[in-house]
Design a protein around this ligand. Structure first.
Ligand SMILES: NC(=O)c1ccc[n+]([C@@H]2O[C@H](COP(=O)([O-])OP(=O)(O)OC[C@H]3O[C@@H](n4cnc5c(N)ncnc54)[C@H](O)[C@@H]3O)[C@@H](O)[C@H]2O)c1
Length: 325
């Protein structure tokens, strides 16, 4: 593929905006169209980013774009993605890929059937501190890990169109929308767990908090988080990982980045800071341009994360430890 890659963003909301900003810094990306059912929002977005506004997904498929970037509410991902593949477009889709494992697999299968690139935008894989932790584990620099704990907390988000994110039925709730970032990351370094055991807090139609133990033979893994914090509480995420001799810690709001504690004291490993959204989009466009396999955020790995999220929800509902294998 020569020249700039023509892109249409589907969904001019919070994530559509985040991706549009990132494309502005990617030389071979041309944001050509934006699609949103909300005409006013779509027009204002198009003006901000110098692209053409469209109101229906079908109209976008008839344009000469190469890539559809799906930033729509999760329940719309499958139809939008499969429609795009059928029209011969490559797709990057926001996480979670779907609200159901089979649906996730269906999207991945459609990509393969139509021979198109497909990536799920699990941005945490590109988050500098998480990416460095993953590299250290993969390259054997951080072996024998005994414990890993991940957390992700905020106040209930106010931005989502019609409040769809704070409705379990529409978004899958915090397990599928928030905590899935950490589920996907853990799966990317440790594989699928043998079992899960979870607890949660819930209001009438929205789960506000969850904690989940993920069962691996040699590592104790805890993932917790929710939209249960006071409005004034800043979004807080991070991890602690230890093998007894080395402990890695990252807390976003400390502004210290990834810190390693070991016999030499406290130090910051040598990794590059970056905009993870830009990095993930660059990665996908590189796969498209150079016909490379999407290895980070593949459809099947995203479907696995949804499968584990589903089991965590069920475990919390039944208050039972549930096996995956
Ligand atoms: N990677 C991350 O860090 C992250 C953060 C937040 C959300 N997300 C994910 O991104 C996706 C979008 O979430 P958001 O927060 O941007 O939501 P949002 O509500 O801010 O934006 C969604 C947009 O889709 C539009 N829309 C709804 N139905 C439509 C239709 N039928 N046709 C065209 N447009 C339609 C809405 O008008 C809205 O502008 C979700 O899957 C969510 O889980 C990812």
């Amino acid at each position: 593929m020569n020249g700039r890659i023509k892109i249409a963003i589907a969904g001019a909301g919070f994530m559509g905006e985040t991706h549009a900003q990132a494309y502005q810094n990617i030389a071979n990306a041309e944001l050509a169209y934006v699609v949103d059912a909300n005409t006013e929002k779509c027009g204002a977005f198009a003006e901000r980013y110098g692209c053409i506004p469209l109101n229906a997904l079908e109209d976008m498929l008839e344009t000469g774009i190469d890539v559809v970037d799906i930033c729509l509410p999760t329940m719309l991902h499958k139809d939008a993605a499969v429609g795009a593949f059928k029209a011969g477009k490559h797709v990057i889709c926001e996480k979670p890929v779907a609200l159901d494992y089979d649906e996730g697999l269906e999207i991945d299968k459609a990509a393969k059937t139509y021979g198109k690139k497909f990536m799920v935008a699990h941005v945490v894989r590109f988050w500098p501190e998480f990416a460095e932790l993953s590299r250290m584990i993969r390259q054997g620099e951080f072996a024998g890990i005994k414990t890993m704990s991940f957390s992700r907390y905020g106040a209930p988000p106010g931005w989502s169109e019609g409040g769809w994110i704070i409705n379990d039925e529409r978004s899958g709730g915090i397990i599928f929308d928030l905590v899935i970032h950490d589920i996907d990351f853990v799966l990317s370094v440790l594989g699928v767990p043998q079992w899960v055991f979870a607890r949660k807090n819930k209001t009438a139609d929205f789960t506000t908090y969850v904690n989940a133990l993920l069962g691996y033979p040699d590592v104790n893994v805890l993932i917790e988080g929710g939209f249960i914090m006071a409005k004034q509480y800043p979004f807080t995420t991070g991890f602690r990982v230890s093998n007894g001799e080395t402990t890695a810690e990252y807390i976003n709001k400390s502004k210290k980045g990834l810190i390693l504690y070991d016999s030499s004291g406290e130090r910051k490993p040598d990794y590059r800071d970056c905009d993870p959204y830009q990095k993930e989009l660059e990665y996908f466009l590189d796969c498209v341009k150079n016909d490379r396999e999407v290895l980070i955020g593949s459809g099947s790995s995203a479907a696995d994360a949804v499968k584990v999220a589903g089991l965590i929800r069920e475990s919390a509902d039944r208050q039972e430890k549930l096996s995956l294998i």
